[in-house]
Structures are given as structure tokens and as C-alpha cells.
Design a protein around this ligand. Structure first.
Ligand code: PLP
Length: 363
């Protein structure tokens, strides 16, 4: 096999050197996808609506449909649900907000100040006005603020983007409480989207689904490259309604154009499908429990050395007082204000945490 060029060798060297110390980003590393090497010689493109097979044979639409059906079942989606995969988490938020705007053209979007930056960007692209809603000190939406803000615009429908696992503190907004706030504000027409990039699947599997599943929300999404550790960005959006732009098949691809991006990564669908089949509900629940145990262990170790720390219940994310710059840089720990973030994703072990604790003790 020809050897890699200097750019590729350099990238590989950097990945192998830095990734074992990378504790600040939500990437699971316990599922081995190396068996997919044989697929790398094929351009696998899921283009267009996943419920039809395109003319181009290099697709994996069946795998995408399997992942969607699994998710629909987990989230108790009612009959008539629809969904598709995307190139990442920002695109699913854009897609969900586009669907919501189609149903409620005159709506105002409410989302917490802890929501991912892609939500504001999507609203900007769609020309939707956004009202930021305060959070409590742990990052969960403040429902009293939502009620007060929505009450000022009760003549207009509401689109609320709730987050299941906020980017920095992994807080989870509770959709039933969003409904209560909108009821009290006198708003009838609404669309609730749940951005569950990181936490939707582990939370749904461990009993929190009633806060955000499709019996209470209109749409939801999660990313494949976070909890499932798929080694390329991809995500999925699922909604209770049928596609908002069904349309006829596009002749040159042979399927309807219901998605934002045309080309979508078929290999990611195959990998997510593999992760789902290989582990099943019990296996993914176990992965979740191991990661939460490690987060508990990390909190205890930090407390043991007198390092201020806190964590939202059930979260993989541990917040800690920002260590000195050389430590945050080596362990790739992002800092926001008074706190740094460490995420105990499946694949991390006590050995990883112990190394970091030793470094903190030496500061
Ligand atoms: C809550 C949340 N939503 C959306 C995203 C966006 O995902 P992507 O970077 O795949 O576009 C992230 C990324 O970290 C996130 O944390």
C-alpha cells in the first residue's frame, strides 16, 4: 500500500498523540469502527429523501431508515412520523426550524441562552425572530421567564427550541414545563423542537424520555458523532409530521428532495446502524451507566483534592474550576467564564481521569 504524504502522516501523528488526552469534547471512543475500512473505497451517498432508493446504487438508504425507525420507536413517535439524516447537528436544527416555520409562518422562536449557537444562526437564515430565555444557574431553561416573555407576544405562535444536554453544562430542558409555560402565557399554536445532540439517546434509554420524546415534542434530533462515536459528523432529525415539502422525485436522482443538503454521508448511516444493532438498548444503557459512573468518580476525585466541581444529575459532563492554561491545553478542556468542562464519554477510563488528577495536584 502506498505510504501517506507528510500532511496525512502529520495529521495521524497529531491524532494519536492528542486524542487520548482529549477530555473536553463529547466523543465516545469505545465502539470500534475500524472494520468499516473496506467501505472507504466507495463513495456512499444518501441523496434526497431516505424513504426512496435513489438511482445511484452507492447508497445506504436502508441503514438510514433502520436508524430512523429505531429512534422513532425509542422516542414513541406517533404513526405518520418522518425524519432523515444530515451532515451534522447544526443542519438538523436548521431543518427542524424550517419545518416549524412552514407550519407556523408568523412564529417567534424562544430558546434558552444556553442553546447551541446553531439555533440563532438557523433563525437568522430563516428570518425568524428569536427571544432569548434565561436559564437557572445549572443551564436549564427558566420556565417563568419563558412564560413572561411569551406572554408579551401572545398573538403570535411560538416555536421553542429546548435542549436535551446543553453544550456546556449538559442541562436538560423539560418539554412538559415548556407546554405549561406557554399554556399560562395563553399561546395555543406552538412547535417544540428538542436539540438532543449529545444526550437524547442516553437519556431516552435511561428513563428521562417523558421530558422530551415525540409524545410531547414536535421534533427532535441527535448527533451520530457524539454518543455513538461515529468517526465523522452526522446527525438525524425526526418529527411527528410528514415532510413539509414532499414534492415529486427529482429526475436525475430519482427521489424527492425533502432534505436541506442533497448529498448525505451514507457511511455514517451504516456505522450508526451497526452501533445500534451491535449494542441494542441494554448495551447502550450499560455504556451510559459506565460513563455516568466515571463522571461520579471524577467528581469524587476532584472533591478529594479540594478542586471545586459540580455536575447536573445524569450528565456525563463535569464542571470544574478552570485549571491553569497548560492543563486546559493538554487535556483540551474548554473554559466558559468561571468553569471548565470535562466530559466522561464512553471509552474514557479511570486511568485517563487519574492522569488528569495527578496533573491538577501538581499545579
Ligand atoms: C446541543 C448542541 N446542538 C447542536 C450542536 C451542533 O452540532 P454540529 O457541530 O454537529 O453542527 C452541538 C455541538 O456541539 C450541540 O452541543
Amino acid at each position: 500500500m502506498p505510504t501517506l504524504g507528510p500532511r496525512q502522516s502529520g495529521a495521524l501523528h497529531r491524532l494519536e498523540r492528542t486524542m487520548p488526552f482529549s477530555h473536553g469534547y463529547p466523543v465516545a471512543t469505545d465502539i470500534d469502527y475500524r472494520r468499516f475500512g473496506r467501505f472507504l473505497n466507495h463513495m456512499i451517498n444518501n441523496c434526497g429523501d431516505p424513504w426512496h432508493d435513489p438511482i445511484y446504487p452507492g447508497h445506504a438508504m436502508d441503514a438510514e431508515r433502520d436508524v430512523l425507525a429505531w429512534t422513532a420507536d425509542l422516542l414513541h413517535a406517533p404513526p405518520g412520523w418522518h425524519g432523515h439524516m444530515t451532515n451534522g447537528g447544526s443542519e438538523v436544527n436548521l431543518d427542524a426550524l424550517w419545518q416549524a416555520r412552514t407550519k407556523l409562518p408568523n412564529a417567534i422562536v424562544y430558546t434558552s441562552t444556553a442553546a447551541h449557537y446553531s439555533v440563532r444562526k438557523a433563525c437568522d437564515l430563516l428570518g425568524l425572530p428569536v427571544v432569548p430565555v434565561a436559564t437557572d444557574r445549572y443551564g436549564e431553561m427558566d420556565y417563568a421567564s419563558l412564560r413572561a416573555l411569551a406572554g408579551r407576544h401572545r398573538a403570535r405562535p411560538a416555536i421553542v427550541v429546548a435542549t436535551c444536554g446543553t453544550t456546556f453544562t449538559e442541562a436538560c430542558d423539560k418539554v412538559p414545563r415548556v407546554h405549561d409555560a406557554l399554556d399560562e402565557a395563553g399561546i395555543g399554536h406552538r412547535w417544540i423542537h428538542v436539540d438532543g445532540a449529545l444526550a437524547l439517546i442516553p437519556r431516552a434509554l435511561t428513563g428521562d424520555g417523558g421530558w422530551f420524546d415525540l409524545t410531547v415534542a414536535n421534533s427532535a434530533c441527535f448527533s451520530f458523532h457524539k454518543f455513538l462515536g461515529v468517526p465523522m459528523p452526522a446527525a438525524l432529525v425526526i418529527s411527528r409530521s410528514s415532510p413539509h415539502r414532499p414534492g415529486p422525485a427529482i429526475s436525475y436522482i430519482g427521489v424527492p428532495d425533502t432534505t436541506i443538503s442533497g448529498s448525505r454521508p451514507g457511511l455514517a448511516a451504516l456505522m450508526a446502524c451497526y452501533a445500534i444493532d451491535r449494542y441494542g438498548h441494554d448495551g447502550h444503557r450499560h455504556r451510559t451507566e459506565l460513563a455516568r459512573d466515571l463522571a461520579d468518580y471524577t467528581s469524587q476525585q476532584l472533591t478529594g483534592i479540594g478542586w471545586p466541581t459540580w455536575r447536573n444529575p445524569g450528565a456525563f459532563t463535569v464542571l470544574l474550576r478552570p485549571p491553569p492554561r497548560h492543563v486546559t491545553a493538554r487535556w483540551a478542556l474548554p473554559v466558559d467564564g468561571d468553569w471548565a468542562r470535562l466530559i466522561c464519554m464512553p471509552g474514557k477510563t479511570r486511568r485517563h481521569i487519574n492522569t488528569l488528577i495527578t496533573a491538577l495536584k501538581q499545579t
